[in-house]
Design a protein around this ligand. Structure first.
Ligand SMILES: NC(=O)C1=CN([C@@H]2O[C@H](COP(=O)(O)OP(=O)(O)OC[C@H]3O[C@@H](n4cnc5c(N)ncnc54)[C@H](OP(=O)(O)O)[C@@H]3O)[C@@H](O)[C@H]2O)C=CC1
Ligand SMILES: O=C(O)[C@@H]1CCC=N1
Length: 266
């Protein structure tokens, strides 16, 4: 791809996407420009990925064909205010913020802009991201395709209706956090029973990775895959019964519904 992609905000999600896009080879590092208010973050991006950096958001605005706003939702309006008069005429704006609708971002620019609302997740850093994508009405099919290709370079994508974006956040944008908690809890249990911690993390993480691949690649129902592990009178069913007793699934369902609710009310 021969366009210049700018990132404003080089925090957790910005860094994951910059790392993902550069490692995939879709973009040359010299075609990526990153702005952040903190020089330390920029130095890391520059030394790890060789991208251009600046502390001036306007410089990203002036040079980029596609701008990814990777700052927190509460500074979106001030960042947009700062750059709106400097963006290229045909610029494509990519929003990744929880709780910011297409209407919010269009309103902050105060003019017709081409934009795509997205919700990525941090596994982008290792090429296993998942991004929900929702274009606005001003953007052409070809331009949407370009944005899709950026996100595909570090994972999978789904084009979704904007009304499902909040559910997408709890299912995908936020969910790596709960998966990490699950891995951490499994490792803690293993450590409690004598497993060295570094080995415990590796085993628990590989089990999650392999199980996820089975869901994606076999097409079997997760319940069937679970049943295949539970030997009659065996070990696994004891864990399953105890997890049910402690409300494992209910905890996940309730937690995710709170996450969706928060995304709707931000
Ligand atoms: N983290 C995640 O897993 C995901 C996050 N998102 C979305 O990504 C966005 C960023 O989140 P996240 O990466 O977690 O947040 P971070 O706080 O880690 O990153 C935001 C970065 O933006 C910088 N920043 C703050 N103000 C400005 C400014 N005015 N100009 C330029 N840079 C600025 C911050 O610097 P400083 O710290 O010095 O203030 C920080 O480095 C949010 O909108 C969030 O909803 C979406 C999907 C997943
Ligand atoms: O916690 C958040 O608000 C962001 C959005 C999805 C993941 N992190």
């Amino acid at each position: 791809m021969n366009k210049v992609i700018g990132f404003i905000g080089c925090g957790n999600m910005g860094r994951a996407m910059i790392g993902g896009v550069v490692k995939s080879g879709l973009l040359k590092p010299e075609n990526v420009i990153v702005a952040d208010g903190y020089k330390g973050s920029l130095d890391i991006a520059s030394s790890e990925y060789g991208v251009n950096t600046t502390m001036d958001n306007k410089e990203v605005a002036k040079t980029s064909d596609i701008i990814v706003l990777s700052v927190k939702p509460n500074v979106y309006n001030s960042v947009i205010d700062d750059i709106k008069d400097f963006v290229k005429e045909d610029v494509v704006i990519v929003s990744i913020a929880a709780g910011k609708t297409i209407k919010d971002v269009e309103g902050a620019f105060g003019k017709d802009i081409k934009m795509v609302r997205t919700m990525p997740n941090t596994p982008a850093l290792v090429g296993e991201g998942m991004t929900g994508i929702c274009p606005n009405k001003n953007i052409s099919k070809e331009e949407v395709e370009e944005v899709v290709n950026i996100f595909k370079s570090f994972g999978k994508i789904e084009i979704i209706d904007e009304k499902l974006m909040e559910v997408f956040i709890s299912t995908s944008g936020s969910s790596p956090a709960y998966v990490f908690m699950f891995i951490e809890a499994m490792a803690d249990a293993a450590v409690a029973d004598g497993m060295p911690r570094n080995k415990a993390y590796k085993m628990a993480a590989q089990a999650v990775l392999g199980s996820a691949k089975m869901v994606l690649e076999t097409g079997k129902h997760p319940g069937e895959l679970k049943d295949m592990v539970c030997s009659p009178g065996g070990t696994t069913i004891e864990a399953v019964a105890t997890l049910e007793e402690y409300g494992f699934r209910t905890a996940v369902i309730k937690g995710m519904r709170e996450c969706t609710k928060k995304a709707k009310n931000m």
